[in-house]
Write a protein that binds this ligand. Structure first.
Ligand code: CP
Length: 339
């Protein structure tokens, strides 16, 4: 069956847990140098309309370590809605590759690609959401779970702008049944539509959503504090206004971090503007897990790729492979290449 990974809302809680468990098992194998070659000879097309470090590197390394191959299609390298329709691009890549990962400027671009692709399409970030990042984040939280707590007991606090990472995080955490808090000035809080979807998740999962302007109250019970950039490419003209809105109350610094419980961990999807949304003291704190989190992008991409692609790969019998090789070699031997 063809499944795309565009939004965590397209997956049930149990399906997301299955992806996380698969990720955990592949990571355990990897740590012993035994990554299984589950995607032998498979090809991944990686489309990037924007720069990336973690997403780009993690997908390529994941594919290589699973026995497959990744093609990096950097911004401007292929026809993508220019000189060729997205329909044609989706069909061409589907005929040559087993899976497509895309980071697109507009969310509509990836949904259009997925609509026409005949292979799984994975969302590597759009202007709306970042689902692969947050599967990684929940995996990381489960590895750093406070003693005696279950997933449903976790308090996750996001401080800062309503970014595309927040949109995915608020949805996956509430789908999982966690208690999610977003602290930001009113203008930068999660839009009403995201809150409505998250509230619906809570009704089904038993989770809880709080949106507040009070960062001190937001961190008081937090098991994890998470933040993200206050501005992104294209928002440079808003930097003074945004800095004034968030600084100093919403900066994750030592003073704010110390208001959280003594077991609380710090998370950031990266890239970060050190000294802006979080200080070095917190980024490099013994309870900062930002580099475990970024490493888990690699393991999560493996889990996702295997979950979506492995069931679709052909696994021909050895006799059939030998038959075709024999047919081709017989012809080559007869040709003798003009000798
Ligand atoms: N967190 C994340 O997606 O990082 P990159 O932009 O470097 O891929």
């Amino acid at each position: 069956m063809l499944r795309h990974f565009i939004d965590t809302q397209d997956f049930t809680r149990q399906e997301l847990l299955n992806i996380i468990e698969l990720t955990r098992r592949i990571k355990a194998a990897d740590k012993q140098g035994c990554t299984p070659k589950l995607l032998q000879d498979a090809s991944l097309a990686m489309i990037f309309e924007e720069p990336s470090t973690r997403t780009r590197v993690s997908f390529e390394v994941a594919m290589t370590e699973l026995g497959g191959h990744a093609l990096y299609l950097k911004p401007g390298e292929i026809h993508l809605g220019v000189r060729e329709s997205l329909y044609d691009t989706a069909k061409v890549l589907s005929h040559m590759c087993d899976v497509i990962e895309a980071r697109t400027l507009k969310h509509a671009t990836i949904t259009e690609l997925a609509k026409h692709a005949d292979v799984p399409v994975i969302n590597g970030l759009t202007d709306y959401n970042h689902p692969t990042q947050v599967v990684c984040d929940v995996t990381t939280m489960m590895e750093h779970m406070p003693a005696g707590k279950e997933l449903e007991d976790l308090n996750v606090t996001f401080i800062g702008d309503a970014t595309n990472v927040l949109s995915s995080l608020i949805l996956i955490c509430t789908r999982m049944g966690m208690h999610f808090t977003h602290a930001a000035p009113k203008k930068y809080q999660a839009p009403a539509e995201w809150q409505a979807w998250a509230q619906k998740n809570c009704q089904e999962s038993g989770g809880r959503l709080t949106v507040t302007e009070d960062p001190l109250a937001a961190v008081r019970e937090a098991d994890f504090i998470y933040t993200d950039l206050w501005w992104w490419v294209g928002q440079e003209d808003q930097i003074p206004e945004r800095r004034a809105a968030f600084m100093p109350a919403y900066q994750v610094n030592k003073t704010l971090f110390e208001k959280a419980p003594s077991h609380c961990k710090f998370m950031h999807c990266l890239p970060a503007s050190r000294g802006v949304e979080a200080t070095d003291e917190v980024m490099d704190h013994p309870r900062s897990i930002i580099f475990d989190q970024s490493e888990n992008r690699l393991h999560t991409e493996k889990g996702l790729l295997v979950y979506l692609v492995y069931p679709r790969l052909k696994r021909p019998a050895e006799e059939l492979k030998a038959f075709h090789q024999g047919q081709i070699e017989a012809m080559l031997n007869n040709l003798k290449f003009g000798i």
